[in-house]
Design a protein around this ligand. Sequence first.
Ligand code: TRP
Ligand code: ZN
Length: 885
Amino acid sequence: MRTEQPKMIYLKDYQAPEYLIDETHLTFELFEDHSLVHAQLVMRRNPARGAGLPPLVLDGQQLELLSVKLADAELGTADYQVTDSHLTLHPTREHFTVDTSVKIHPETNTALEGLYKSGGMYCTQCEAEGFRKITYYLDRPDVMSVFTTTVIAEQHRYPVLLSNGNPVGSGPQDDGRHWATWEDPFMKPAYLFALVAGDLWCVEDAFTTMTERSVALRIYVEPENIDKCQHAMNSLKKSMRWDEEVYGREYDLDIFMIVAVNDFNMGAMENKGLNIFNSSAVLARAETATDAAHQRVEAIVAHEYFHNWSGNRVTCRDWFQLSLKEGFTVFRDSVFSADMNSATVKRIQDVAYLRTHQFAEDAGPMAHAVRPDSFIEISNFYTLTVYEKGSEVVRMIHTLLGGDGFRKGSDLYFERHDGQAVTCDDFIKAMEDANGVDLTQFKRWYSQAGTPRLAVSESYDAAAQTYSLTFRQSCPQTPDKVEKLPFVIPVELGLLDRNGAPLALRLAGEATAGETSRVLSVTEAEQTFTFVDVAEQPLPSLLRGFSAPVKLSFPYSRDQLMFLMQHDSDGFNRWDAGQQLSVQVLQELITQHQQGAPLVLDQRLVSALRTVLADDTLDQAMVAEMLSLPSEAYLTEISEVADVEAIHSAREFARKQLAEHLFDALWQRYQANRELSKKTAYVAEAEHFARRGLQNIALSYLMLSGKPDVLAATLEQFETCDNMTERLTALAVLVNSPFEAEKATALASFAEHFKDNPLVMDQWFSVQAGSVLPGGLARVKALMQHPAFNIKNPNKVRALIGAFAGQNLINFHAADGSGYRFLADLVIELNALNPQIASRQLAPLTRWRKYDDARQALMKTELERIRASGELSSDVFEVVSKSLA
Ligand code: TRP
Ligand code: ZN
């Protein structure tokens, strides 16, 4: 907790550090009721900051200072200044050492930042500014040091002692304690430091690198989870190979370790040589983890591994540059996942997520650029904008330069900046220099917040046989009030003739016609491109593969969208045409609901989806994606004012109608796939994900019919399946059904069976938190009393409260404000326990501008109540004050 008003930090104030730390030697003594940290820092004046010896201001929070030496001389209290955030010393030479000893309390650390205990084990989380809660330090990413770490703890309780780098020694002491020393030869900032001590087992494997070096691979888990590591290990080996093949990047230490912990604020952390993971991002086996969980494990293992180059070998100069490592690494992991599975489906899922959640962030009070220019609390900037939009920005560079050009740029970047802490500008410069291009205007993607709009209109001149597309770009105002200049928007497109065949594209002025799909760069506020030799009025397929993170509009008729759904050669755009058709149809239903008119579904949606269901040449995962209607959250995002009840009623009505009209086709697909599931052992591969995905969405539609056959099929699947994907879907279908007795039995038997598996219990909480039947809040409150719930465990909070407030919109946005009051109470409680989680759970309340006046007032009242509730963490303070500004 702070004692001063949190203050804004600006990128423009950046200054290089006054001092550098060449070597960091740490000794940890872990005891049950406290821990001691002894640090020796080998330091020098930073030559880049010129002459003179200004005061040395070390960061440090929640530390009890026991002793301090400067250049080997013990200091008295008159020789230094300590506050609750800094220790100031007065060096008298250019080179010197600093020795400190501090006492800390990992055993009561509920914020899960710095050194803390998760169950019976010690672990650390230092990004972004957690290291200062471990020892006094220059806790900033442009201070890089080599680290030696010794851990001393009771042998019996903590047989495994780990830190970054290579093990260099270990042994017993005569007091029942033992020690281990680790040395990390690579310079790194403190945020990549890690330590683990616990009673852990490990799964071991090895990887032979491109230069034939053998690397030991170890995944450490609590003993009961030793049977759930194989999928993560396979994912790790695939990632290591992929980074060699696609980026030429080889692993650099002799050992790579992953540790799974149950209490963790995010997904995982890329500490050098010792990644620490939320157990939900490591553990996966058929019986306990869904297909989606398996894919998430694969993606996160890859993401953290890829950071070894994009983040660790080349790191960030300051936290404003966070997207330098995160945007690039998300781009890398998303292409990896696309290569391992179905590329089109991966793209669809990423885009649906971006358009629903990042676009909403970009339109809200916390909107910020990919490279923000100010923040109060950096933990609040691990956002969809920095991660997902940042990845889209890197993807656009890849689109503009092509695969080979991009690789030349990344090679130059890694070579030029190895061992350095750099900026987004340095990344762009490497791309420019390697390709001889000028990306000056492109860089606006880093500095301008907000989602650009791109309105497209067409005109066809039959006599001249020319077809023109006019693009108009604009970007809405965001809280930073930065003036928006035109972006560089790569638009991949094609033109279809009346049979759906692609036209060879030739722009006016070009000698010959070229490809049937190409990328145009829209760089001006308004810009027209004219195609020649166009014999008939074509239909454009625009923004293929979602080639830029913009809101594109083109006045398609519903018939044209149905045509694109069937004929577009771009799989992503086939899906997107279906989504646009669904949006039009749903918006019509929303209007009918608002006018009190009877709801009438446009039957064209039914026939379009009937065609999709009948097409057995389509990837089944594509069929499943195309059958999924836009979510309520997405419909909210694209509304000027979101009408909670109308959106929910319209979408539910459409789902029921589709279930009724497509019953036979769905039933046939369901049964065929369920039969295959019964005959096939579980495999975590794309084809199998696809089959189960279609089976499960079919089942969720079929249950809307309420037919006894479907209930029987659901119960059969629930009881006899051999994997969590089928079991959890069956449970979710029952939970959202009117079959109260069957629902209660299924929930009870599931909980009884899995009560000792916290990750499975998270699923059990989520399924119930997501039930859109009336009475949602009461159910969530009751579940908070369940013995498996624990407010100090972030996974539990996300599973129950996050799922309720983020996904169960009809219940959370109850007109009486009860959902808002509940969330505010929770945020106030979490603020004192875990500020990072408190601040993240607050997000739904920040979106108040989307709702009607009555809800706006209720939401603001709760934000104000939080603001007035007492001493706020900087995390919650920033979000609440920006939301009310
Ligand atoms: N750097 C991590 C990643 O992208 C995420 C991260 C940042 C994190 N801060 C954290 C994880 C705090 C846990 C807790 O993979
Ligand atoms: Zn990351």
